[in-house]
Design a protein around this ligand. Structure first.
Ligand SMILES: Cc1cc2nc3c(=O)[nH]c(=O)nc-3n(C[C@H](O)[C@H](O)[C@H](O)COP(=O)(O)OP(=O)(O)OC[C@H]3O[C@@H](n4cnc5c(N)ncnc54)[C@H](O)[C@@H]3O)c2cc1C
Length: 388
């Protein structure tokens, strides 16, 4: 199998690339027994494909690197492509596009698209070498040779779905720098001081979280391990170590309850269960609001700037993505080709680009695959012209 483009990984970015490439031009190598395993469980089983709000500001990474891919395959072009495949994503939560019924709709399309390529399932890539212009990719079953290898092996999150560090290992082997990787879009575990969060498991509320100069707002969910929910997942993109500040009452105006005879827990716009837990922590009684002292008031208002130092994250087993990855200053933003090794490409999550919650990571997977495809198509045409 010489000359066939080798794609390592059979996830979102690989499937888009293999769908776009001409018939019989690529071989996908996937260690799972099926393609697109992560797509199937994404977005609560409905796959949040993309978002009406698109731009480099929704990503962590070098904006100049991200821009060309997003521009060449915007959310509009992605949706047009989907419509041509008879998939009509629906808008939910105001700006997010999801599959109408199930993520399987998208995976089915990819499965039918990539029939035109060679697909090797249950086959794990274990190494790679390069001699002259040819790479030899070694799997647990065979060796394959090609002048073009695409690393589409994703990040480290969800190892039970096939995630591995092979992409980073190959990149390092060829002299690339890896930006420190960490679980992202993930919940936070708590220190002793916040063990009471665990007792609130299942309760949720709307909050605003400040981390450095960045503010994230949305729903926070208490879990048996700590805190999660959309706003926490977004915050995890920016968190390394240290404190975050949570405003549990982001739009609440205290003056509106001044002089009220009602109990505190009836007045604050939080589920009673949450208010009562915080009252215990603040050593306050749930008394009529007009009976509270200035000192009580000061304690209560810490709910507007609750300082919290996560002890860590829920880790790669629960993280939706891996932040960090192949340093983008060493990859050509117009082609996704390594600037160090001719014929070696990186697409999708393996590079140091991470999207916020809301369909941005699939958009990146698809956009980076598209811009890579455009370049490879040119290369294939050039070769055909030279051969004729
Ligand atoms: C629970 C969950 C929900 C998510 N929901 C969303 C969502 O709704 N919207 C969104 O935008 N993003 C979502 N994401 C993130 C999104 O799934 C990823 O960012 C995206 O799949 C990355 O695409 P990729 O092609 O780079 O990598 P992946 O899709 O991870 O594909 C990489 C593939 O490479 C294979 N592989 C790894 N190592 C080897 C090897 N050695 N040999 C052969 N194959 C190998 C893996 O098995 C995998 O199939 C979610 C992620 C998770 C975990």
């Amino acid at each position: 199998m010489k000359n066939n483009i080798i794609i390592i990984g059979g996830g979102a970015s690989a499937l888009m690339l293999a769908s776009l490439l001409p018939k019989n031009s690529a071989t996908i190598i996937e260690s799972n027994s099926k393609l697109g395993a992560k797509i199937l469980i994404s977005g609560g089983g409905k796959c949040n494909i993309t978002n009406t709000q698109m731009g480099t500001e929704y990503f962590l990474g070098d904006r100049d690197f991200i821009q060309p891919a997003l521009k060449s395959f915007s959310q509009h072009k992605l949706l047009d492509w989907m419509e041509r495949q008879k998939l009509f994503p629906v808008l939910r939560k105001k700006t997010q596009y999801f599959c109408e019924n199930s993520a399987k709709e998208l995976v089915d399309i990819f499965n039918s698209q990539v029939k035109k390529q060679k697909v090797l399932l249950n086959e794990k890539v274990i190494g790679i070498t390069k001699r002259d212009t040819y790479f030899t990719v070694v799997t647990n079953k065979r060796k394959l040779t090609s002048p073009i290898v695409i690393i589409a092996s994703g990040g480290l999150s969800f190892p039970k779905l096939g995630a591995s560090g092979i992409g980073y290992e190959i990149a390092e082997q060829f002299g690339h720098t890896i930006e420190k990787t960490a679980p992202a879009l993930v919940g936070f575990t708590v220190q002793k001081e916040q063990f009471f969060f665990k007792e609130l498991s299942g309760a949720s509320c709307e909050v605003e979280i400040q981390i450095g100069q960045i503010r994230c707002s949305g729903s926070l969910l208490f879990t048996h391990k700590g805190i999660s929910g959309p706003v926490v997942l977004d915050t995890s993109l920016y968190w390394q170590k240290g404190t975050i500040v949570i405003d549990f009452l982001p739009h609440f105006v205290w003056q509106t309850i001044e002089g009220s005879k009602k109990q505190i827990s009836s007045l604050l716009p939080l589920p009673k269960r949450i208010t009562k837990a915080f009252l215990v922590q603040l050593e306050l009684k749930d008394k009529p609001y007009n009976e509270i002292t200035l000192e009580d008031m000061q304690k209560l208002q810490t709910l507007n700037h609750y300082i919290f130092a996560p002890s860590g994250t829920f880790g790669y087993n629960k993280a939706e993505v891996t932040k960090g990855g192949v340093n983008t200053s060493e990859v050509d933003s117009q082609t996704m080709m390594s600037q160090k090794i001719q014929g070696l490409y990186f697409i999708g999550e393996v590079v140091d680009v991470t999207g916020k919650l809301g369909g941005y990571n699939f958009q990146w997977a698809f956009s980076s695959a598209y811009i890579c495809y455009k370049n490879i198509k040119r290369e294939i045409m050039k070769r055909e012209i030279n051969e004729n």
